[in-house]
Design a protein around this ligand. Structure first.
Ligand SMILES: [Zn+2]
Ligand SMILES: [Zn+2]
Length: 327
């Protein structure tokens, strides 16, 4: 990996020349609150997140003692489902950026799979990610490497991204989703859903071969899978804002990173994504393989998603429509 172009320098907002401009700057600063400095307070620590992530890692570390081939196979399938279909397709390209249209049941199907990736509820995830795009690598970005590489990878999660008023934060950054009863219901289902999946995995293993496979499935397909999906997503926030090449001169530090693109199911083409956030196709050059985009193409071919944003400009949209006329 190489840095193909120098990181753009962060420029402070210009000094306001008038009261009106000063009010605008103050409003903009308030709008991006809380900043990293605001958040890094002892009182703002998220003990739920710290407990959740610590527990998942501790259990995942025991994986070598509980290896079975059956558990490995289930882990790989669930890794792809929760990582690619749940997070990349569901939480990210569908919910956050509305890069395609679909039926309500399809939207909730992918959202529910995303919930099971253990990365938080759809409301929190979408709000945080939209704020990331609104202030990428500037004041207010929930996870920029400019505040530290480890901070952008994981430590940002140990503090609330809001400043004590979660509902106000969600209404500010995900008002469309907050209005939905179904999304608010999923919001409270995070822990029960994970407990249920853990019990189901144990039950399947127990019924299949006995208690050893039950434990193996829980450790591997639940906790090791969860931790490896988490780190794959976190690498997008950390590595893909530090190392790689740039196709577009965006105002942030985003990079296209081939390693992250592999482990995070296409999300590593992050400079492309920051340049065209609504575009559901993250690979823009022929070698930029995006496996989540392949899943979206399949869904489109089956008629399960439509109006997919696979173009950068109006002329590209027109050209693709002419190539595949609507039936
Ligand atoms: Zn980013
Ligand atoms: Zn995004």
């Amino acid at each position: 990996m190489s840095i193909a172009s120098p990181a753009p320098t962060f420029t402070e907002p210009e000094s306001p020349a008038s009261d009106k401009q000063e009010a605008t700057v103050k409003k903009r600063r308030k709008d991006v609150a809380p900043t990293t400095v605001d958040r890094r307070r002892f009182a703002n620590a998220s003990y739920w997140a710290i407990g959740w992530l610590t527990m998942a890692h501790l259990v995942a570390f025991t994986a070598p003692f509980y290896f079975t081939w059956e558990a490995l196979a289930v882990t790989l399938v669930l890794h792809w489902m929760t990582g690619s279909l749940g997070i990349c397709l569901g939480y990210h390209r569908l919910l956050t950026h509305t890069g395609m249209k679909t039926y309500s049941w399809v939207r909730y199907f992918f959202t529910t799979i995303g919930l099971l990736a253990g990365e938080g509820t759809p409301l929190d995830w979408v709000a945080d990610h939209r704020k990331h795009h609104a202030c990428s690598d500037q004041e207010g970005d929930p996870h920029t490497p400019r505040d530290g590489a480890i901070w952008s990878h994981v430590n940002w999660l140990t503090y609330h991204t809001h400043n004590g008023d979660r509902v106000a934060y969600l209404k500010r950054w995900a008002p469309d989703l907050y209005k939905e009863t179904g999304m608010r219901w999923l919001d409270i289902m995070f822990l029960p859903a994970h407990i249920a999946v853990t019990l189901i995995l144990f039950g399947i293993g127990y019924a299949w071969q006995g208690i050893d496979l039950g434990i193996s499935l829980v450790v591997w397909a639940m906790f090791l899978r969860l931790v490896t999906v988490l780190h794959a997503t976190w690498l997008v926030n950390s590595m893909s804002h530090m190392w790689g090449y740039r196709n577009y001169e965006t105002t942030d530090d985003s990079r296209n990173n081939w390693f992250v693109a592999i482990v995070a199911y296409g999300e590593g083409w992050h400079n492309n994504h920051h340049a065209y956030p609504r575009m559901a196709k993250h690979g823009h050059r022929w070698w930029e393989f995006d496996i989540t985009w392949q899943a979206i193409r399949l869904l489109r071919a089956c008629g399960l998603v439509w109006d997919v944003v696979d173009y950068r400009t109006a002329s590209e949209k027109k050209a693709s429509e002419q190539a595949t006329p609507a039936s």
